[in-house]
Design a protein around this ligand. Structure first.
Ligand SMILES: Cc1ncc(COP(=O)(O)O)c(C=O)c1O
Length: 389
């Protein structure tokens, strides 16, 4: 990073690519550049790299290699899971009911809405508690014989809350309904054993765990009915057409391998920093709240709301003060809208508009946390004065 760059505390948005991952990818750009579908030796070498990556990913997921589908990003994995499972369930058993949590990333929620609006599916949102957690009992109450798919995020991107996937998975299995989970944020810190999690579909995106942008994966349990979202060649077992992005697939697998291996050390680095930040901030700033679950949350994730603050104005001030952080609200043509996830927690608009997300990673230090804690109270006060004008 450049010396003039702000302190990076936005690891949920994206992460830098690990140097070991870059090194693993490099040979596949211009040396072993073959098309894995080609018969000749160069093609075979590329194919071996992709299949090796598939095995590596399968080892982390505790699944068979042919249950791993490489895609172009986490969003594509979510799209393939939702569209593919919904259309297959309708085709095979006339199922039209979708059960989706209201704290999903737009890659899931907007896909579900499109399935409702354009394709005639009945979309039912699951309730969540004040921490954004899905109660398995609520899933049990809503599962129906014609439920095509249940989708519940593993770890939320805005508020860091973790969901009890294994319990929800067991209920879905009993009912014969596939469970999809978006594990895009979870992958950097949480176990991804799909047998223990009892999921049928699981989406990953490499750039959230020190891999490259533009590559993802979808776990598809054998026997889960799924139609391809992208048709064409027979790559990825006919589920995702398109010439394989060999270097990026190699990069995803290497980043995933390292993430699984270094998970305890990474957690031990970020969690105390995060805890100091949460404790220090709530003590120093009046009318501030932690959003998401206090304990059942990603270890690097701190998210807050401040009453009477425009979150985007606060982000701009923080950027000027040298901190790259994020918020939950998307500013639409000058009129900020609170995030759907924060509203789903039951937060009033004057709180939900003032959101701040700080997500830590490899480069962060205790001194950086203290610097942020020193800067924030005054900036929040200024942002409040600005919003009150
Ligand atoms: C929970 C979650 N799902 C999906 C995505 C989309 O992933 P990608 O950027 O790889 O498309 C993101 C990215 O922010 C995310 O946080």
């Amino acid at each position: 990073m450049n010396r003039a760059d702000p302190v990076y505390m936005d690891y949920a948005a994206t992460t830098p690519v690990d140097e070991r991952v870059v090194a693993a990818m490099l040979p596949y750009f211009s040396q072993d550049f073959g098309n894995p579908s080609s018969i000749h030796r160069l093609g075979q070498r590329a194919e071996a790299a992709v299949e090796n990556a598939r095995e590596q990913a399968a080892a982390v997921l505790n699944c068979r290699p042919d249950e791993v589908i490489f895609t172009s990003c986490g969003s594509e994995s979510d799209n393939l899971a939702l569209r593919g499972a919904a259309f297959a369930a309708r085709q095979q058993r006339g199922a039209r009911h979708l059960l989706v949590s209201p704290v999903e990333h737009h890659a899931v929620s907007h896909t579900a809405l499109q399935l409702q609006q354009l394709h005639g599916f009945e979309l039912e949102w699951l309730p969540v508690d004040e921490h954004g957690r899905v109660d398995p009992g609520e899933v049990a109450r809503r599962l129906r014989p014609d439920t095509a798919l249940v989708s519940v995020i593993y770890a939320n991107n805005e508020i860091g809350t973790l969901n009890p996937l294994a319990e929800i998975g067991a209920l879905c299995r009993q009912a014969g309904v596939p469970l999809h989970s978006d594990a895009v944020q979870a992958a950097a810190y949480l176990p991804l054993d799909v047998q223990a999690l009892q999921v049928d579909l699981l989406a990953l995106g490499a750039h959230k765990f020190y891999g490259p942008k533009g590559v993802g994966a979808l776990y598809v349990r054998k026997g889960t009915p799924l139609l391809p979202a992208q048709t064409g060649g027979g790559q990825e077992f006919g589920l995702r057409a398109g010439t394989s992005n060999v270097p990026y697939i190699v990069g995803l697998a290497e980043a995933l391998r390292i993430a699984a291996q270094e998970r305890p050390a990474r957690t031990a680095h970020v969690q105390p920093l995060r805890d100091r930040l949460v404790g220090g901030l709530l003590e120093a700033i009046p009318e501030a709240r932690l959003t998401g679950h206090p304990v059942q949350r990603l270890p690097n994730h701190a998210s807050f709301v401040f009453r009477g603050v425009d979150g985007n104005a606060l982000l701009t001030m923080l950027d000027a003060a040298g901190f790259a952080v994020s918020s939950g609200s998307a500013c639409k043509t000058g009129s900020p809208e609170p995030s759907e996830v924060l509203l789903a927690l039951g937060l009033p608009k004057e709180w939900a508009l003032g959101s701040l997300r700080v997500t830590l990673g490899a480069s962060n230090t205790p001194a950086q946390i203290e610097a942020l804690l020193d800067a924030l109270p005054q900036l929040v006060q200024q942002a409040r004065q600005l919003a009150a004008r």
